[in-house]
Structures are given as C-alpha cells and as structure tokens.
Design a protein around this ligand. Sequence first.
Ligand code: GDP
Length: 535
Amino acid sequence: MPVLTESLPTDPAAVRREASRRRTFAVISHPDAGKSTLTEALALLARAIQDAGVTHGKSSRHATVSDWMGIEQERGISISSAALQLTYRDTILNVVDTPGHADFSEDTYRVLAAVDSAVMLIDAAKGFEPQTVKLLAVCKARNIPIITVINKWDRPGLDALGLIDDIGERTGMTPVPLTWPAGIAGDFHGLLDIPGKRAFRLEAVDGGAQAATETEVRPAELDPIEAARWVEAEEEAGLVESSNGAFDTAEFAAARQTPVLFAAAAKNFGVSQLLDTLVDLGPAPSPRETLTDEPRPLESPFSGFVFKVQAGQDSSHRDHIAYLRICSGSFERGMVITNQRTGKPFATKYAHRVLGRSREVVDTAWPGDVVGLVNATSLRVGDSLFAEEPVRFPDIPRFSPELFAVARAKDPGRYKQFRRGIEQLEHEGVVQVLRSDLRGDQAPVLAAVGALQFEVAAQRLGTEFNAPTSLDHLTYTLAMAVAPGSTGVPETFRGGEILRRADGEVIAVFGDKWKVGHFRKDYPGVVLEPIGAAI
Ligand code: GDP
C-alpha cells in the first residue's frame, strides 16, 4: 500500500535551485518538419532520464509502442508520453509533446499552457506551413518566448536571408540568428557561432546514430574554396546583425525577438547548439499568474494545474490520466492535494513521471515538471491543484473549432447514457459541445480542431457509456463568438447557425469566411469575436 504523507514544508532554497535548472518547452512544427527526428537527436545528446523509447529511431520506436500496449493490457491502464525528461549540463529539460499528424486536437494547443518556451521547427525547403502558423499564433497569444530552428539544411531549400525575412514577417518578432550556415541549403559545411565568433565544421556520422563531430576551424587557414564559404557566411550574418541587432535576453523573454538556429536534425548538426541555447538562454519556470492573488511564488507550497486529461482510449480500459504542470513548491508522491474547483482533497498515490516505457513512479517533482496522475477521475483540464495555500490559475482558453458533427444516440432507448457521456466528454474537454433549441438536446453539435477528437468521443460514448453514437459531419469550417450585448441575433441564417456552449458562450458557425462577411452585413447588431486564443 502506498504510504500517505502529510505535505512537508519544502525548503525554499531547494525549490528555487530546482526550478532554476529546469527548462520546460514544446516543439511546434508542421508534420514532417522533423519534430520526432529532432527530439531523438536531443535525447541522444542529452541523457534521457527514463528510457522513453524515442532514442532509437522510428522503426524501433514502433516496436516500443507495442511494448507499451503490452504494459497497458497487463496493468489495465493507458500509456502515452506527454513529456520527455532529459538532462543536459546539469539542466533538466522537460519536452512537452504537442500531438500532431493524426493526433492533432485541441490538446495540441492546450499543452502550450504548460510550457515556458517553444522551439519552432521550420523545414528549410518549405518555410512556414499551416500547422506551424496555428501553433505560433497560440504561443504569441500567450507571449511564450520562441527559439526558431531551421531544419533540414542538408537538403536543398530556401535561401537563408529570405528565410530570416520570412520569420520576421510571419512571427512579428525580430529574428536574431545565433548560428549561420556555411554553405547554402543542400551544401551544409558548418556553422558559425555568431555570439562566440567561432566557426565549426561539421563532419557527418553514419545514419545520425551518433552525435556529429564538430571541429573548430579558422576560416583564414582553410583552402580558398572552403574559406570563401565562411567569408560569405560571415558577411550574411553581419548583414542580418546590422539590420536586426544582437540577441537581447529581455527582448527574447518578451517574445519580441526570436533567436534563430540552423540545423540538420537527421545528422545531429546544430542540435547541441539548440541544447546550449535552451540551457543558457531559455526561460526557467517563473512565478505563475493567478486569478486569486499575486503571481504564485515558486517557493510557495505545491501548486499546479491540469493541462491534459486522457481517458479510456481502449474499450478494456477505464483509466484516466490527468497531466499536471507543477507551478510552485515540490510535489511528493502520496501527498494530499486539493482541487480548487471542487474544494475536495485527494491523495496522489498513483503519480507517474510522464512517461515512457517504464512508466516511472514519481517521488518528487519540482516547478516546470510534468506529472501524470492516474485514476484521478475528478480532474478536468484547467483545474488548479494546491497544497496548503489555495490558488486558482487562469483557465486554459477554448480554441476555435474547425470541424463540426451532429451526435445522436443510435438507440433512442439509450438517450440517458448518451447524455451523461456527452456531459462527461464536455467536462473533460475531449470535444466542445454546442447546442441550440432548434436542434434540441438529443442532437448536440460536437466541435473539434482535429478529427481524432471525434473518434475518441464516439468510441468512448459507445464503450464506456454504453451509448453507441452516430456522427453526421456538418460542412461548417469556422466559428466566431457572439459578443455579449449583441442585438438581433438570429437562430439560423444563410450558410450557418447560432449555437451555445455550456459555459454560456454564444457561437456562430459558418461554412466559410465569406459567409462571415455576409452575416456582418445582414446582422449589423451582432458583434463577432475570435474564440479563445485567436487563431
Ligand atoms: P515529424 O513529422 O515532424 O515528427 O517529422 P520526422 O522527424 O518524422 O521527419 C520527417 C522526415 O524528414 C523523415 O523522413 C526524416 O528522416 C526527415 N528529416 C528530419 N530531419 C531531417 C534533416 O535534418 N535532414 C534530412 N535530410 N531529413 C530530415
């Protein structure tokens, strides 16, 4: 039996020390830009605190995933890696996963509430792509400092100066390169360390399975052809510096500057520079804003908030994992903590460091760390948790849905179960649930940012709530909030309709952006606003 302990007063100096050596960040990118490859390269150069199964390349990672399923079946629990923990130069890096590809969902945005910085990964050949732009907008709305990495420099791609201009225009931040490539995209010879005024030639190592060798060179001593590449790199870096200025910590922290690095993650080129940048310049956890008081000092008793809940993705499972980000104090497994929303205390006997194959039990964790609480079924996304001194952190905003479907119980006799299930999924934030008098309670509209959310909802309604459900997809693609005080709000209109969310938000959904223009003309008394974080 796990031992329950009273929460012990934590040594403030220990909390400050542990917080200052943590960097909690996410990699934001479009699918295929190289997020998995970069994560593997980071884990190769840093040391994975657990064997998270990401360090051995994609093919073996699939094998690892099936190992996880074995563990899941054995223990009747579901496993997902929400954060990977690495150590590098005595710093602990918490890499929070932003689910992409087929897993893209509102969670992808929500996890950004849990990070102190983001690494924006751009494919050198493709530049800004749609998913990067959306995630960037969420970071900007939260004022999260962003380090930009231009990846795949070993392949033909866009021009370095052009990419820098593009970053400035697309992000609204001033790009400040910390490294500059010798050689155009596809002809990657080395990196200039701009602040250090040093040059490193990169030697490829087979298959990227080891750290690349980086040899310091003096360009003046190289043969003329090679020397010319370095001279050109210095000239280009100098051009950017004279127009954009030098790196400035305060400007970066305020998300007005973004440091830029060049890399080829598949060859481990430029990856140690990213690790050094995170350690030397990346923000450590700082006192978090609250709705109750001043920002919560790091050394106050334990507090944190839930940024992701994962539940019952398999019919045989009734599990529920709430991922929390620690904001203050120390977390000790077994300690009793209180959920601010319900006022109810509970014991954290099933706390896990998140998570790898080994699903390691967490004994102690510190500000910036991510912990998974297993079977904490009452927890919802956005809940604030604390020991001793109550606190409420700001809610995690809802995001603008882009996919809509009408849900109906296939068997009308199971309506009660259906309704209970819909309410539960709504509370957990699996999907947004929108209703209208016209449609009635029997046919709510489910709204999502990724198709996976519908799949999870339908599966859980069928297996967990015993209410097999049909989903009829609607052709709407965008939603806007109707501002309070609007007048003459119609129930339906050409090309859209008005729906309500349980939190009181009135939402207009549209087939496309042109319909928004028509609507504004037809209903001048209605003020439309972007939903949640404007994306
Ligand atoms: P993700 O979808 O963002 O996780 O992208 P992956 O890490 O799976 O990479 C997508 C593809 O790009 C894979 O085939 C990688 O091997 C390849 N890739 C990733 N980084 C690089 C790089 O630096 N250079 C080259 N040439 N290929 C890369």
